[in-house]
Design a protein. Sequence first.
Length: 290
Amino acid sequence: MIHVPVLLQEVVRFLDPKAGKVIIDATAGAGGHTEEFLRRGAQVLAIDRDPEAIKYLKKSYGSQVINHKLVLAQGNFANIGEIAQKKGFSRVDGILFDLGISSDQLADAKRGFAFAKVGPLDMRMDPNLEVTAYDLVNNFDERRLYEIFSTYGQEKFSRAIARAICRARQIAPINSTQRLANIIREVYGKKNIRTKLDCATKSFLALRIVVNSELINLENALPQTIEILKKGGRLAIVSFHSLEDGLVKRFFKQEKQLLVLTKKPVTPGASEILKNPRSRSAKLRVAEKI
Ligand SMILES: C[S@@+](CC[C@H](N)C(=O)[O-])C[C@H]1O[C@@H](n2cnc3c(N)ncnc32)[C@H](O)[C@@H]1O
């Protein structure tokens, strides 16, 4: 599946990739943004914690890797300072974070991200992580599950879903995306609620955030970017979740060395949302190091 890069033109407008510029793509995924940075002549360090993404980038952009226009790094952006230093990118013109998962990860049933596919309850972006969604769903007590669904999913039926999971797993461990999704759908069904989104959307998102420590990683990464950016360098962050966006907004406000360039977050227009529904909740915030 091709990953359509979100808010590509807007990211390009702010980061202005061109020959002589050095950019870190901290969430390279299928290389949608990286490809455009390279096409415009910039040198790119592409980081992703998913080894499958790095393998794919190596295969797709091999010649750019050979001529050092593209440098690849498998790792967690929570260690962006160390990764950048190791790869010789310790002073850069731009850094992009395009948070969340890629279409490739979602499309691959065995990764366990998709409630619409039958797969194991996994959800790890990096297969070396020790805890999977299966572990959370089958071992956490009702209260912790409730907290996960309400905090990270803002799921209004968190309590009922947590209870239904605990009841269902007494019969047999919940080991597939399909069984979990059906348990959640049944909760909605009993309440006679119809929704536009699949009823499992918010709960799956919440589990994914916890399995991959997504908010903690972002919180750890942000302060490190200041060290890596040159004066005048820009930090662009595309987020899809209000907790992520809040974190970015607060960081931009607090950090004295940053000038905020987006008073309000930039969001996709109707035509982008029509072409790429995944973009519908995207918010881009950009700041410049002064
Ligand atoms: C939305 S996709 C990026 C898509 C990419 N911009 C494109 O256009 O093809 C997000 C990517 O970030 C990666 N990712 C998420 N959290 C990460 C982290 N903490 N460190 C490194 N990569 C991460 C995921 O594995 C995924 O491939």
